[in-house]
Ligand binder design. Structure first.
Ligand SMILES: CC(=O)SCCNC(=O)CCNC(=O)[C@H](O)C(C)(C)COP(=O)(O)OP(=O)(O)OC[C@H]1O[C@@H](n2cnc3c(N)ncnc32)[C@H](O)[C@@H]1OP(=O)(O)O
Ligand SMILES: O=CC(=O)O
Ligand SMILES: [Mg+2]
Length: 726
């Protein structure tokens, strides 16, 4: 039973209260009594509008549902657009503007590169993510399918030198592209040295050469005569050629190269939202505690890996000498952004005088900013933002009024925490249809604090399905990626960013690579994000960050954005193409396959969420490809099933049968996990199975198709069952 402290008119969970008073406030210059007074005042001033905004979402959805029902069989795109304008779903466009954000770190403004996302509930992963600023290229290649297992190059228990040779050759191919030598390949180098402040490469044929562009060599580690690392720079990104003739790999390489260290995750989103499970005060405090550890630099985690005990902490900066002997350093850690939750959910960590929970997004805004104040005051071991900014990612906002609300709230938080105006920066997730259609208006509302826009295409797909639930049966999930609305949405996002002056100032970001084990495919496809004008894109793991970083060595983003600037295409009409099938002709087999796939994804993810509190999982799809599942992918699968059910593409019985059959498949996939409770032992008793059922059968009535309300309720049920058994 949660204990509360009564403060002014609010009840605050004792755990949260003590955490804030004992661990967070000291060192921030803020006093407990005043803080809690301001806290209540701030929340109280924003609750009514938060509620109104949610009511407006509901009202618009009802109007859209009614319109589609009335237009069955006579859909006309122009009428549809006029209707959306009339109800304020499409806003009127205001005059041109450019963003004016100040104090943006170089990582956000200038260094195009990968953006890693990590669940904050998992300290081990969060530390790993922060440290993923630098990654071993040899490890990234060796462990992934980029290097084929053919010709004896398979991954074995021990190091396989045949595979190792392929890795080294491939890595040197990448070096040849990013930092080429004059008339030679890095594969031909016998020794790297520094001669007259320049990198010199002695070749196997007895000749000596240097870099094609000598200015790419910017520093070294060790002695100038005996360097252990050569630091190179290309497209604002660094990489190190590391030398060690005694290392097991280095000694097999004629130039003593033991590895190539790649600057990888330039920025990282530390996530309090869709990849975590945080359903009560206890969970929220755990999340905030980890964030505090990251901001103060003292987070550590001890665990066993490969039979060894490992303690992980944040990496220090990397130090070098430049060719003239001056010392300098580069950050050893990724620049961290914090993703808050959106406007929808409430939390029982704080209860008002009427017994009502407060909006969770407001709590996140205050707590994550307060904690990050330690970074601004340089209270920690390291500094995250050298420009004195706090980077908050705000997800799931619908339209410009909701963005304006965030802006006003952030100003209020700045006042209460004694921070300069616009210290709190915002990354706007473009992941709801009403935001995509009005993106420039949304950006304008935060033009003095915006640091990114990002196409969260997963949530966006869920919203596409839900918004047009009444329009008809949706195309198959796999076809969404190639559909017109999605292509236009991606292009329109880049256009809005460029038109409002993001170039060299802020990030135009693209979405997640959701197949963490398919790195060869990622290398083939994700370069497309850069060619489309993005200067960052999401990756699910440090390995993916190291590999995706290579793309930024290949493409000159500045040049691409320059070409795209001034593009006059308008995308609204294309974005309004609803992805429905007029006369569905799917075979029974197609339908069943679609249902099986969605049901397997839903159950595989939900069972770990609800029963074990794991917010992001790798779940195999119907073809046994491991997919990154989070709440946004769940939103798609559950909305898709709900949509087909709603339009009679499948029956209720068929969905029931599919869920039960797939529960057995998921149980089998998890049979090695001692903490797993099988769903198929008793479907009615399995909270996870019931959650999955609700997500589908009650999917059409969920607010904007979100999964949070059902997941939270069911997770709380499991937590209280566990508590009663104790
Ligand atoms: C729509 C959206 O909102 S997308 C954004 C939200 N989604 C996410 O944040 C997903 C982020 N990724 C993840 O959580 C994970 O990669 C998963 C759940 C997909 C896969 O996790 P696992 O099955 O444990 O991965 P796997 O076994 O391949 O790798 C584990 C190792 O990789 C590391 N790792 C994996 N993902 C990450 C990550 N995102 N950040 C840091 N380290 C990571 C782990 O620390 C671990 O290494 P360690 O043993 O040295 O600690
Ligand atoms: O948050 C990301 C998404 O794709 O949704
Ligand atoms: Mg999202």
């Amino acid at each position: 039973m949660e204990k509360f402290v009564t403060l002014n008119n609010y009840q605050v969970s004792q755990e949260l209260y003590e955490f804030v008073n004992q661990d967070v406030l000291p060192g921030t210059g803020l006093k407990s009594d005043q803080f809690w007074k301001d806290f209540e005042y701030t929340i109280r001033s924003f609750v009514p509008e938060n509620e109104q905004l949610l009511t407006q979402r509901k009202k618009l959805q009802e109007q859209i549902d009614t319109w589609h029902k009335a237009s069955k069989g006579s859909f006309n795109i122009n009428q549809y657009k006029t209707f959306l304008e009339d109800i304020g779903y499409i806003e009127s466009q205001t005059e041109d503007f450019t963003i004016n954000t100040k104090n943006i770190d170089e990582e956000m403004a200038l260094q195009a590169g990968p953006q890693l996302v990590v669940p904050l509930t998992n300290a081990r992963y969060a530390l790993n993510a922060a440290n993923a600023r630098w990654g071993s290229l040899y490890d990234a290649l060796y462990g992934t399918n980029i290097i084929s297992e053919e010709d004896g190059a398979d991954i074995q228990n021990q190091y396989n030198p045949v595979r190792g040779d392929k890795v080294i050759a491939t890595a040197k191919d990448y070096l040849d592209r990013a930092v080429p030598l004059k008339d030679a390949s890095h594969k031909d180098v016998d020794a790297y040295t520094i001669v007259n402040g320049q990198l010199s490469a002695a070749l196997s044929n007895g000749e000596t050469t240097g870099l094609n562009d000598p200015s790419q060599f910017i520093g070294f580690q060790g002695d100038a005569d005996n360097a252990t690392a050569f630091l190179l720079k290309n497209n604002h990104l660094h990489l190190e050629i590391q030398i060690d003739y005694d290392d097991p790999i280095g000694k097999t390489d004629k130039a003593g190269v033991k590895d190539i260290l790649v600057e990888s995750a330039i920025t990282t989103i530390i996530d309090c939202e869709d990849s975590v499970t945080a359903v009560d005060a206890e969970d929220k405090v755990q999340v905030y505690r980890n964030w505090l550890g990251l901001m103060k630099g003292d987070l550590s985690e001890t665990f066993t890996k490969d039979g060894k005990t490992v303690t992980r902490t944040l990496n220090p900066d990397r130090t070098y000498q430049d060719p003239h002997g001056s010392h300098f350093s580069l950050s050893g850690r990724s620049l961290m952004l914090i993703r808050n939750v959106g406007h929808l959910m409430t939390t029982d960590a704080v209860i008002d005088e009427n017994g009502k929970e407060i909006p969770e997004g407001l709590l996140d805004g205050i707590m994550t900013s307060l904690i990050a104040k330690h970074d601004l005051l340089q209270n920690g071991t390291y500094q995250n933002s050298s420009e004195g900014s706090i980077y908050i990612v705000k997800p799931k906002m619908h339209g410009s009024k909701e963005v304006a609300f965030t802006n006003e709230f952030f100003s209020k938080v700045e006042d209460m925490l004694d921070l300069d105006r616009h210290t709190l920066k915002v990354g706007v997730m473009d992941e709801e249809r009403r935001t995509s259609l009005n993106l420039e208006n949304c950006i304008r509302e935060v033009k003095d604090r915006v640091v990114f826009i990002n196409t969260g295409f997963l949530d966006r797909t869920g919203d596409e399905i839900h918004t047009s639930m009444e329009a008809g049966p949706m195309i198959r999930k796999k076809d969404m990626k190639s559909s017109q609305w999605l292509d236009s949405y991606e292009k329109s996002n880049v256009k809005a960013g460029l038109d409002s002056g993001f170039q060299n100032r802020a990030q135009i970001g693209k979405g997640m690579w959701a197949m963490p084990d398919l790195m060869k495919e990622m290398m083939e496809q994700k370069i497309g994000h850069l060619k489309a004008g993005a200067n960052t894109a999401w990756v699910p793991s440090p390995t993916a960050a190291t590999l995706h970083a290579l793309h930024y060595h290949q493409v000159d983003i500045g040049g691409v954005q320059e070409q795209l600037k001034g593009e006059t295409d308008h995308y609204v009409d294309k974005m309004l193409q609803i992805p429905i099938v007029e006369n569905p002709a799917w075979s029974n087999e197609d339908i069943q396959q679609e249902l099986d796939n969605n049901a397997q994804g839903i159950l595989g993810y939900v069972v770990r969420w609800v029963e074990q509190g794991v917010g992001s999982s790798k779940v195999p799809d119907i073809n046994d490809v491991a997919l990154m599942e989070d709440r946004a992918t769940l939103r798609i699968s559950s909305q898709h099933m709900a949509n087909w059910l709603h339009h009679g593409i499948c029956s209720k019985d068929q969905v029931e049968e599919t869920l039960k059959r797939m529960a057995k498949v998921v149980d089998k996939q998890n049979e090695g996990d001692p903490n797993y409770r099988a769903m198929s032992d008793n479907y009615d008793q399995s909270v996870a199975f019931q959650a999955a059922r609700d997500l589908v059968f009650k999917g059409a009535e969920q607010p904007n198709g979100y999964t949070e309300p059902i997941l939270h309720r069911r997770r709380q049920e499991v937590k209280s069952l566990i508590a009663t058994k104790k």
